[in-house]
Design a protein around this ligand. Sequence first.
Ligand code: ZN
Length: 193
Amino acid sequence: MNSTGVLEVICGPMFAGKTGLLIDMVEQAAARGNVCQVFKHVLDNRFDGSNVVTHAGRSYTAQSIDSPLALCSSLRPDVHDIFIDEIQFFDYTMHTLCFDLVKSGKHVFVAGLDLDYRADTFGCMPLFLSSADVVHKIAGVCEVCGGKARFTQRITNGKSACLYEKTIIVGLSDRYQTRCWNCFEVSKTCCER
Ligand SMILES: [Zn+2]
């Protein structure tokens, strides 16, 4: 019998430790002797072009990719564990590929935002959450009240972002905060497109 594939998902808001948990999993898999490959979306160049890097400064070598085709053509034939960070930046075709990889016996681990700055579902993440064997849903700390934060608050011109901005604006703590249910807000007054 072939070995069984596995799909694990790490999700939560920004600054909650998603990439740190993904790096923990890479290190554990490598310690077991598994052949591992780590990928991230090319849009995530906030810290480093060729590593996955946590907000706390930990890093791991990763290949930047912009499509499922780029992932496919980079895979080693003997790879056992595949890790992909910032999965929400890909569309549904990345889920289709990962589904096939898991069916072929690979272990696939993805991390990313479950919700965008409007608290709408983000990219292909809902597909991954629905088909995952295991979901690690992690919370941050609300930067306003210190409560448990499930949301990523975008700040535009010093105020809560409005509903009509672009979904993807890459930024760090200058543009984003973690917020709880009570403190999260989206403005309906247009301020930036
Ligand atoms: Zn709060």
